[in-house]
Design a protein around this ligand. Structure first.
Ligand SMILES: [Zn+2]
Length: 118
């Protein structure tokens, strides 16, 4: 249940942000999810929709973007940023590669639209 941890992270930021803002119309949360994460885009989106029902904020939409991670090839010594699952070097097809696995998820930005007065 990795996605619960991610969603709690989103909720914590939402709570902090939305208590300061009044008359919030619509919120879009942009997050980055690693293509190597155990959590899939659909399961994250689905759990988010379920869990937000228990929260006080409304009209929050989640935008899941791929997280770019660094692939370093030990054979040809080249490196590249990837945003999908690959298991060999795109340059030389070597499987002797190092993929940055420590970064799995983060909240990139939040767009808050407020009701206009008048
Ligand atoms: Zn290579």
């Amino acid at each position: 249940m990795h996605e619960i941890r991610f969603i709690n992270e989103i909720f914590a930021i939402l709570k902090e942000k939305l208590t300061k803002e009044k008359d919030v119309e619509q919120v879009t949360v942009n997050v980055r999810l690693s293509p190597f994460s155990h959590v899939g885009v659909e399961s994250l989106q689905g759990s988010f929709k379920e869990l937000i029902k228990g929260e006080s904020f409304r009209k929050v939409s989640l935008k899941i973007l791929p997280l770019e991670i660094l692939l370093e090839c030990k054979s040809c010594k080249r490196s590249i940023l990837i945003n999908k699952r690959i298991f060999v070097c795109p340059f030389c097809q070597s499987a002797d590669i190092n993929i940055q696995m420590d970064k799995e998820f983060f909240v990139e930005s939040m767009e808050v639209e407020c009701k206009r007065k008048g």
